[in-house]
Ligand binder design. Sequence first.
Ligand code: GLN
Length: 304
Amino acid sequence: MAYQDILDGIYNEVIQIENTGKVADYIPELAKVDANKFGIALVDKHQNVFTKGDALEKFSIQSISKVITTSLIFSKIGNDLWERVGYEPSGNSFNSLVQLENENGIPRNPFINAGALVIADLMLDHFENPKKFLLDFVRDLTENPNINYNENVAQSEKAFGYRNAALVNFIKSFGNIKNEPEAVLDFYYHQCSIEMTCVDLAKCFQVFSNNGVIPKSDKKFLSTSKCKRMNALMQMCGFYDQAGEFTFKVGLPGKSGVGGGVVAVFPNHYTVAVWSPKLNKKGNSFYGLETLERLTTETSLSIF
Ligand code: GLN
């Protein structure tokens, strides 16, 4: 497949579409980013890397980090995880509180904020130094020792994180958060502040397109069954209340973040990451979705 020609063509098409999205500004530090950045990176199953545009510039991965923390906890505790968090699509926005009361503080899935906070709580329980562990793991997956937290972004989110504070306290009132809310939030804001380039991100998700094996070390991180389930979660829950539309138009498991990143996985074929900070009304990158829809349509390479 002539991936480079395909990326070049799609980039040139998408950049001409009027971008009606808006940069996230509820985390003030994120609003400082250049809204017109646009990068794409695709890594094929032989680890060949194809790039276009701003694919080597770092951005805040935000909610994309939820896939990584969930996979770490899933690999550690297996199906016990599903006693703390569900695996159904939520049909609600990423930071919604509405389902939690009826569902007794068990979040619908690990990719809405409520679920990611429960996963953050589990990270504190299962790893001695969870921040260091997460960073080391991400450095391994990306093959990039320079991946880091962005302390300014973490602190900026903490300063205005009233909704996440409400979520974690509410869940704790049901007994589904074990640690102190402050500690859970601190970990959560740091995981969201991790910075990667499109190339890092596409490499990071290779493990999910490679049956749970980390390509570089050949280490089996997730069993085939667990890897299948991580991809199923991304398919059903990766784009919140736009997960249906993403499946309909793109047809791949994937995950978005409010930093404007989107990553998608075609098992046994490729991973692809797009970054463009302007978000649609559902909090997903406007150009990111346009790009991926074109990619799977023009290559006929999607899981459906
Ligand atoms: N850190 C962000 C928040 O909690 C992550 C949201 C996202 O990327 N969708 O609001």
